[in-house]
Design a protein around this ligand. Structure first.
Ligand code: PGA
Length: 248
């Protein structure tokens, strides 16, 4: 397992169901210009499963992650990919409990906990996503929702060395909307301190992060990094974000 404590910030790119061999070739060619990267920022790219191996053989100064894994270990589970298989691909991270999985595939927090535990057992850091939807926010239920998701999604073997939490307000994902900086900082503080299951964990923020707001978000006291969807697929955007991590 990687030593997360040696990193001051964590930048994770979530490609979702996007990419192709050609796209990766172009991406790698351009990113190679940034070989002399700083080592205090942990950079992680999470492409679809099918490109993990191809990508990791091409670009080595970046870590790789999956976007999902099975709650089972092996056997008759058609379509599933186990944590052990991800380990074989040299995968060090796995996004779990993303709101798209929770909403479109009805994934339960208890499943997220099982999957996270499988990952930890194979030296893969789960990046466990939690976040309120717009209605919950309007009803002022954000903290209650987050507490419940955290309590139920974090397995007992998780600790601040092996697990990362991503706060992703559902209403901010892919919409161009974000909470205020103050709100992000306060929620992260709440997650770090008030929830006994997540005490001291690294908490990264996700939801419409782009080059124009990246700096102010990642510099917040309680923010340990970012999870970037759309902007990580736009080379110009991603390059600007990575360049900032080199110069900071
Ligand atoms: P976004 O996605 O950056 O496109 O809002 C973030 C995510 O879904 O992880």
């Amino acid at each position: 397992m990687l030593d997360l404590e040696k990193y001051s910030k964590i930048v994770v790119a979530n490609w979702k169901m996007n990419g192709s061999f050609k796209f990766i070739d172009d991406f790698v060619e351009k990113l190679d210009l940034l070989e002399n990267s700083d080592s205090s920022t942990c950079k992680v790219i999470c492409p679809p499963f099918t490109y993990l191996d191809y990508f990791s053989n091409k670009l080595q100064n970046i870590n790789y992650g999956a976007q999902e894994c099975s709650k089972y270990h092996e056997g008759p589970y058609t379509g599933d990919i186990s944590a052990e298989m991800l380990k074989d691909l040299n995968c060090h991270f796995c996004i779990l409990g993303h709101s798209e999985r929770r909403n479109f595939y009805n994934e339960k927090s208890s499943d997220v906990a099982k999957k996270s535990s499988n990952c930890i057992n194979f030296d893969i850091h789960p990046i466990i996503c939690v976040g309120e939807n717009l209605e919950e926010r309007k009803l002022n239920k954000t903290k209650d929702i987050l507490k419940k998701q955290i309590d139920e999604s974090i397995p007992k073997i998780a600790n601040k060395k092996n697990t990362i939490i991503a706060y992703e307000p559902v209403w901010a994902i892919g919409t161009g909307l974000t909470p205020t900086l103050d709100e992000i900082n306060q929620i992260h503080e709440y997650l770090k301190e008030s929830t006994k299951y997540s005490e001291g964990f690294r908490i990264i923020y996700g939801g419409s992060v782009k080059s124009s707001n990246f700096k102010e978000i990642i510099e917040l006291e309680n923010v340990d990094g970012v999870l970037i969807g759309g902007a990580s697929l736009n080379f110009e955007e991603f390059k600007k974000i990575l360049e900032f991590t080199y110069s900071s």
